[in-house]
Design a protein around this ligand. Structure first.
Ligand SMILES: C[S@@+](CC[C@H](N)C(=O)[O-])C[C@H]1O[C@@H](n2cnc3c(N)ncnc32)[C@H](O)[C@@H]1O
Length: 270
């Protein structure tokens, strides 16, 4: 297996650690479509001729477009925010305010990286009005991911980035395409219900729509691989798929920040 490339953003649920399992299951094809691209760990660690990479997070996709178009100039500009003077609460909240009010996409994109590395736990969170509201993170020396951004820029020549809902991206699939879906996961237990989940606007309905579109695509000979928790709900929902299950070590914050093992699956609709 080739060496793994780290995404340049910290991202909840990123697939860097389980790339080997994913690579084993991903079918071959000319183009990979990722409707939930996040930090793009799968894009960076696979070798398709072309990619369609989409997400509903506009700030994320605009950042990717800027990095693709501008390369090292934008990397240097983003780096200019990573100075000791800017690693304090006052400057962080100032830049967060600028981020939330500016129309300058280049500045907003650079600040997205600054906040990703200086904000609390690498979280990306917005309130109901779409205002970015992650508190200051208190890191000693935030890392600037120069090398990781350069690798992303180099590979982005093969990619098209779009802000759009997952179903639109899936329906864009044509013969020869492969689709990898990494949606917000279903709750692990019945006690953490979909109601809480609905705050992320990705609830039971969206999970079922995703499954239905995957079934429709596989009926047209377009293969779809989906990641999710392995629960009785997903096992039933993905009954048409070939399921591989495995355990991953992960941070479960509701259990007092201790590390735990979570059961995951890869469902292949082929
Ligand atoms: C688990 S993360 C994907 C992680 C990614 N595979 C990685 O390696 O970093 C889920 C992503 O889905 C996006 N998302 C949430 N709801 C969506 C929707 N309805 N359509 C498309 N993307 C959505 C989120 O913005 C988030 O980036």
């Amino acid at each position: 297996m080739p060496e793994k490339i780290r995404p340049f953003l910290k991202w909840a649920g990123n697939k860097y650690r389980i790339m080997d399992q994913i690579r084993r299951k991903l079918p071959q094809g000319k183009r990979l479509i990722e409707p939930f691209v996040g930090s793009a760990a799968v894009f960076l660690n696979t070798d398709y001729d072309r990619y369609l990479l989409t997400d509903t997070n506009t700030d994320l996709i605009e950042l990717y477009k800027t990095l693709k178009n501008e390369g090292q100039d934008f990397i240097d500009y983003s780096n200019s925010f990573f100075i000791d003077k800017n690693n304090c609460e006052e400057r962080y909240y100032h830049f967060r305010e600028v981020f939330n009010t500016t129309d300058d996409i280049r500045l907003k994109s650079a600040l997205f990286i600054y906040m990703n590395r200086h904000g609390y736990n690498g979280l990306c969170r917005y309130n109901s009005k779409g205002i970015y509201n992650v508190p200051f993170g208190r890191y000693k020396k935030p890392y600037f991911p120069e090398k990781e951004m350069q690798l992303f820029h180099k590979k982005s020549r093969r990619a098209v980035f779009k802000t759009q809902n997952f179903d639109i991206s899936m329906k864009a699939a044509r013969e020869g395409d492969v689709v990898y879906c990494d949606p917000p996961y279903v709750p692990l237990s019945l006690t953490s219900s979909f109601t809480a989940y609905a705050a992320n606007s990705f609830g039971e309905t969206e999970q079922k729509v995703l499954t239905k579109v995957a079934e429709e695509l596989s009926a047209r000979d377009i293969k779809v691989l989906i990641s999710n928790h392995h629960t009785p709900f997903t096992k039933k929902m993905y009954h048409m798929a070939d399921i591989t299950r495995f355990e991953v070590q992960r941070f479960i914050s509701c259990k007092g920040h201790k590390r735990d093992r979570a059961r995951e699956l890869l469902a292949l609709f082929a």
